[in-house]
Design a protein around this ligand. Structure first.
Ligand SMILES: Nc1nc2c(ncn2[C@@H]2O[C@H](COP(=O)(O)OP(=O)(O)OP(=O)(O)O)[C@@H](O)[C@H]2O)c(=O)[nH]1
Ligand SMILES: [Mg+2]
Length: 403
């Protein structure tokens, strides 16, 4: 019984066999999906002898996404459907995994439908380490503008890396290569998981963390060049995504505490597959005035709760954050660690995440101010520095977790 894949699709595909499944989740992506399908098709012809299936798992788009998908000429087989279950990117991807599992397809690729920089060779980079038996899960390694990927840079990348022992630069990049072994592992989990934020934007951090904690092989990273897609302004569009991603990350910390509490775990680099292309990403604009005022307003709104949660030594700092709308890296790390500990209390979860959003805005605001006029490389160095600090402060997390 499939949970997210419609029965008629299951019946239609039953006796088929493919070397690769390429899953494209979509929701209102009529202007960008054609290019993604075209590149996926070429990738299948070039690297999989034409034996691949392109799957569009749609969330009930109100535009012509599905028509465009079908009208795009391809040599490969393709199929589109609206998945079952709660609305979200995770349900869309889960249903694609149900296809791969059903057909025993050795490797599955996920690519977002808003990608404008995808090329056929991305399919090779995302799959070869799996086919060669080196890895069972491949994450994307892109060149991104310094203000793209703010949830990744300020929380997912540093925290996931230092907790689970591999530096994975884009743990929630969205474009992944996944082995059949991992697909089966994901689908073997309780079906309840598909009723949580994993069915929404929590899917990426859940898949990556599970691969880090339960995979038998190291994660590899595929060098893909620039990620050009429909970008979002952190202060205006990333609130719901932040809640789903970070909520899932905190939940996973509890589930995997036996792994990251272990003594002497080192953080190793995740190997990169392929040469890193020399490209310049499209700039992302951040409305800094709006970001700071969203930070200040949010902190004010949640002030009592924030103060009740955080340890007294942070109170003075927070008074300043409330006035300035900016937050430094060291305090941010302590805040994340304290919030992660409190998140084990089910009754506090909603409020914790709600009140962490404005603090994240404040952290991004200071990062933007400190890197304004500086190169992407400079910004990258700051992110690396912050990761090292997350690592250095890990003892603080462990102490508090035990207390
Ligand atoms: N089926 C389905 N797909 C979705 C849904 N929400 C997002 N997607 C798809 O998931 C992919 C990624 O979503 P985006 O909104 O581009 O998010 P993102 O690029 O990961 O996020 P940022 O990097 O923060 O901009 C796209 O292909 C979307 O169409 C949904 O509710 N249902
Ligand atoms: Mg996108």
């Amino acid at each position: 019984m499939t949970v997210m894949l419609p029965n008629e699709v299951e019946n239609k595909l039953k006796s088929k066999s493919y070397n690769v499944v390429i899953g494209i989740p979509s929701y209102n992506n009529e202007t960008t999906i054609n290019h993604v399908v075209k590149m996926a098709d070429q990738g299948i012809q070039e690297y999989f002898n034409g034996k691949g299936l392109i799957v569009n798992s749609d969330g009930g788009s109100k535009d012509k996404t599905r028509e465009n998908f079908l009208n795009q000429e391809t040599v490969s087989d393709k199929i589109t459907y609206i998945y079952k279950g709660i609305a979200g990117k995770g349900s869309a991807m889960g249903s694609v995994m149900e296809i791969s599992s059903l057909l025993e397809t050795p490797v599955t690729v996920f690519v977002d439908s808003d990608l404008r920089s995808i090329e056929p060779w991305w399919i090779e980079r995302l799959t070869k380490p799996i086919i060669e038996g080196k890895s069972s899960y491949v994450t994307p390694y892109y060149i991104r503008h310094k203000y793209d990927g703010t949830i990744t840079n300020n929380i997912c990348y540093p925290l996931t890396s230092i907790l689970y022992g591999q530096k994975v630069r884009q743990p929630i990049g969205g474009d992944f290569g996944v082995s059949l072994e991992m697909v089966k592992k994901y689908l073997s989990k309780s079906p309840q998981i598909w009723k949580s934020d994993v069915a929404r934007f929590g899917i990426d951090i859940w898949m990556t963390t599970t691969a880090l904690c339960e995979g038998n092989k190291p994660i590899w990273q595929a060098a893909l060049g620039a990620k050009i897609h429909d970008v979002k302004d952190p202060g205006k569009q990333l609130g719901p995504m932040f809640k789903q991603v970070v909520g899932t990350l905190f939940t996973l910390m509890k589930e995997n505490e036996h792994i990251w509490m272990e003594k002497g775990r080192e953080t190793k680099d995740a190997p990169i597959f392929g040469d890193i292309p020399n490209v310049v990403p499209e700039p992302v604009n951040v409305d800094i005035v709006n970001l700071k005022s969203a930070a200040k307003n949010g902190i004010n709104e949640h002030w009592k709760f924030i103060i009740s949660i955080l340890s007294p030594e942070l109170h003075n700092i927070l008074e300043n954050v409330k006035k300035s709308g900016t937050l430094d890296s060291d305090s941010w790390i302590k805040i994340i660690y304290e919030f992660a500990c409190q998140y084990r209390n089910l009754h506090l979860q909603d409020q914790l995440i709600q009140s962490l959003v404005p603090l994240y805005f404040a952290r991004v605001a200071l990062f933007v101010e400190e890197t304004r006029g500086k190169s992407d490389e400079y910004a990258e160095k700051m992110i690396e520095k912050q990761l090292k600090e997350f690592e250095k402060q890990k003892w603080y997390l462990k102490e508090r977790w035990k207390a």
